[in-house]
Design a protein around this ligand. Sequence first.
Ligand code: NAD
Ligand code: AKB
Length: 317
Amino acid sequence: MKKILVTGSLGQIGTELVEKMRGIYGNDNVIATDLRKVEGNPVVDAGPFELLDVTDAQAMHDIAKKYNADTIIHLAALLSAVAEAKPQVAWNINMGGLVNALEVARELDCQFFTPSSIGAFGPSTPKVGTPQDTIQRPQTMYGVNKVAGELLCDYYYKKFGVDTRGVRFPGLISYVAPPGGGTTDYAVDIYYEALKNKKYTSYIDKGTYMDMMYMPDALNAIINLMEADPSKLQHRNAFNIAAMSFEPEQIAAEIKKHIPEFTMDYNVDPIRQAIANSWPDSIDCAAAQAEWGFKAEYDLAKMTTDMLEKLAEKGIK
Ligand code: NAD
Ligand code: AKB
């Protein structure tokens, strides 16, 4: 990775990934792009930034060529709850954007990364210890996009030799940029509300387990997989990775250790609850561990301490 083009770079992942990669590869070597521009944001100000709608194939090609990109990190997408509300728009952005990005990678010989998700699994998938290779019959537009995306990336690798790599991210928890409309967002919102109001109303019901990961582990996973020796990769699109699995009562109990007066109640959102019910409780990460040494540093306790500290430093109270 020498010249890296990032799409959707102002989102939850891109905001932190661009900064981390600019620290490693050099400010001028990470070209951030997004549909929108946020003045004063370091992603826009600290290195090259271009407006790019990923459904515009020619514009993506032109920007990649202008900067001599040798790597594409394709992040632009609609997340599960938004995709379920606007399925046709989600298809256009999630699939149209992906095939455009893969075409640019093929034409300009770029290494390629795009994230899949635990949303690529569905109700008929084994729910506990979900294997790397298993049944994938999701019933959400987001899940349909993610399964099709995994297959498309494998196709570009096998048919055209594009070096495509990907992970199935669980819910990502972070304190820098807000999440963009997913099912797992409650596990971020709860920290803000705990500091601001000492209480939280969860839209996900008690007893609903989902895999999660703290953002520093997610960023390391992207970079480590992209730097991994290709001869060791038996899988490519996409590796199961997770750091913890919990249900709302458990994250609330962890927060209570720091904020004893914190309370939580429930007002379950049937749409996001149905999505969560169709996802695994906990996935098996053995392939990622064996093939490129995946390891997460943060568990629920360590993440909670860090989240509350970092949000307090940001002035959230
Ligand atoms: P996000 O919603 O926070 O950010 C997406 C970004 O894409 C936004 O900045 C948005 O402006 C941009 N965008 C939307 N439409 C666009 C378009 N047509 N052209 C260009 N940019 C456009 O998303 P994120 O959380 O950063 O997720 C990035 C990727 O990671 C997605 O593929 C998502 O499915 C995947 N993922 C995320 C999580 C998570 O918990 N955050 C978990 C699993 C997988
Ligand atoms: C979402 O909830 O949509 C994302 C994901 C797990 O893909 N956080």
